[in-house]
Design a protein around this ligand. Structure first.
Ligand code: SF4
Length: 245
């Protein structure tokens, strides 16, 4: 589907879609979660996420860590995936060729699907524009990563496929991963001097700080793991980082 395709959805706040999901978070998602909860990004990472800030936390009972009864406790700052639901978005390279797909409704969901509007109306009502804009800004960092990795990696010593295989494994590990200041800075915007109100200026500052850190980093393995993490967190495949997608 594209933005003009017929689509509508009315959420009846049953909370069923807030269970048993794997929801990937972008740096902007974490910033908005923090602002909605009135806490720092570091606290938001600890309270609402797993895998260094990149995945929304669900409890042992299957409920999202932000769910309060049947209501979202961070509704104002809910992540992009929650705003889009029951749509998903797929991107072409560097944000070109976005495509929307409908997701399977949660079992027993009271949401009502229809075709009384267009995808675009739904996106507007859900306030997704800032999220997509922030993710596009993050996507621009992929070129900075590629340039720095090309300069720092010694592909005479390490076979490129093995190099990227390790980077993907490191980025997607749920535990036992190495410290990576770039990944920390990606999700903990406040820690790199971006404490603010979560508006476009804050995002621009965060992206600029990350670009500076990438250009200063000389460890190719750290750069590659962070590049994969960023690609996945904004909805791309790991191949976006490796240049093989
Ligand atoms: S962040 Fe809110 S809307 Fe998203 S899954 Fe959690 S409770 Fe549901």
């Amino acid at each position: 589907m594209n933005r003009k395709s017929p689509f509508s959805y009315i959420c009846n706040a049953c909370g069923r879609c807030c269970h048993d999901k794997v929801i990937t978070l972008s740096p902007y998602d974490v910033l908005r979660l923090a602002r909605a909860a009135g806490i720092t990004t570091r606290e938001a990472i600890a309270r609402y996420t797993i895998r260094r800030g990149s995945i929304l936390k669900f409890t042992g009972g299957g409920a999202c860590a932000a769910l309060e009864g049947a209501r979202c406790g961070v509704h104002r700052g809910r992540p992009l995936a929650c705003r889009l639901y029951p749509l998903g978005i797929e991107h072409g390279k560097d944000g070109d060729g976005e495509k929307f797909v409908t997701l399977e409704p949660a079992a027993g969901s009271l949401g009502v699907y229809g075709a009384g509007g267009a995808v675009n109306d739904f996106l507007d009502a859900q306030g997704v524009a800032k999220y997509l804009e922030a993710n596009a800004g993050c996507a621009s960092l992929m070129a900075v990563f590629r340039e720095r990795i090309a300069a720092m990696a010694d592909f005479d010593r390490v076979e490129p496929r093995e190099f990227w295989r390790r980077a993907v494994r490191e980025a997607l590990a749920e535990s036992g991963y190495d410290a990576n200041p770039l990944i920390d800075a990606m999700f903990d915007a406040d820690a790199v001097g971006c404490a603010g109100v979560g508006d476009a200026e804050t995002i621009a500052a965060h992206i600029e700080r990350l670009a500076q850190m990438i250009r200063r980093e000389s460890n190719a393995e750290l750069l590659a793991a962070a590049a994969v993490m960023l690609a996945v967190s904004i909805g791309y495949s790991p191949g976006e980082a490796t240049g093989s997608r």
